[in-house]
Design a protein around this ligand. Structure first.
Ligand SMILES: [Fe+2]
Ligand SMILES: [Fe+2]
Length: 289
């Protein structure tokens, strides 16, 4: 069993809500997740002081934290930086690695940077990045739960205030399915939702769950989460992925469960001698079964 806490869009700087950040840290201290996932937009305007404040808060959580950047972590108005060193301040004042990974006996987690320096507000993911991701997951033992952490929107979902997906979303979804990914966590929308890949991308050869976290600590929530703050508690065992969407309750200054989901795992069979995986459909492949 692995327990993960998913946060997003903490946006240190204007509109950051320190009391909500304290509530999130208190939850981490109380529940001691195996891993914290932070899916981008650490700052509001990619300033040094904002990154340093984000770093201090992340370090204070006292648990392993896997972080990817978001579009707000690239300078918007400092044009020279945006063009020639879009992640320079992030690297100097938050973390050198834009695409960290986490592995243990039960998890294989890969961070993907979907933020870029130019006009891709909605993000993008390139073919060569997907090829590297597929190769990395193919090298993992089959039973590990494969998880992707990214900032931007993968799934086209009706009813959201900004339903636009990142460039290459369909191609990315197909690659995730081939790679046996079981869970994708993201942010950016400032509005939480959970959707299955079968609903968002009918016809994929494989299935996974997509979880979008709202903004955990910014006052810029959108849609149904205007002025609200959310996070996701995730429990993964051999049988299922259980998700609890949490919402900050200002009355009690705590995160409380709003909705729950449970998705059966689709475990891979153990590799046969020679490393070939035979699925029960008779197909041979290195991805999920
Ligand atoms: Fe954001
Ligand atoms: Fe964003």
């Amino acid at each position: 069993m692995r327990r993960l806490f998913h946060l997003s869009d903490v946006h240190f700087g204007p509109h950051h809500q320190p009391e909500v950040a304290r509530a999130a840290a208190a939850l981490v201290a109380a529940r001691q997740p195996d891993l914290v996932l932070l899916s981008g937009d650490l700052t509001q305007r990619a300033r040094k002081a904002q990154f340093r404040a984000a770093r201090a808060w992340v370090d204070g959580l006292g648990r392993p934290v896997l972080v990817v950047p978001g579009n707000h972590d690239v300078p918007l108005y400092r044009v020279w930086e945006r063009l020639f060193a879009p992640f320079g301040v992030y690297r100097r004042h938050f973390a050198r690695d834009l695409e960290p990974t986490f592995h243990d006996d039960e998890l294989a987690v890969i961070g993907v940077n979907t933020a870029h320096n130019w006009t891709f507000t909605n993000g993008r993911i390139r073919r060569r990045r997907l090829a590297r991701l597929e190769a990395a997951f193919a090298a993992e033992p089959p039973g590990r739960c494969r998880i992707v952490v990214a900032h931007h929107v993968l799934a086209p979902v009706a009813g959201l205030e900004n339903p636009e997906t990142m460039r290459g979303a369909r191609r990315a979804a197909a690659a995730f399915a081939r790679a046996g990914v079981e869970l994708v966590v993201a942010g950016h929308l400032h509005e939480a939702f959970v959707v299955r890949s079968e609903e968002a991308f009918p016809g994929l050869d494989g299935r996974f769950v997509i979880v979008h976290c709202g903004t955990t600590t910014s006052a810029r929530g959108r849609g149904a989460e205007r002025l609200a703050h959310s996070a996701t508690w995730i429990e993964i065992d051999a049988e299922a992925i259980a998700l609890s969407v949490l919402r900050h309750d200002p009355e009690t200054a705590r995160f409380v469960a709003r909705e729950a989901h449970r998705f059966p795992r689709h475990r891979l069979p153990e590799p046969a001698a020679g490393g070939i995986i035979q699925t029960d459909t008779g197909k041979t492949r290195g991805g999920e079964g």
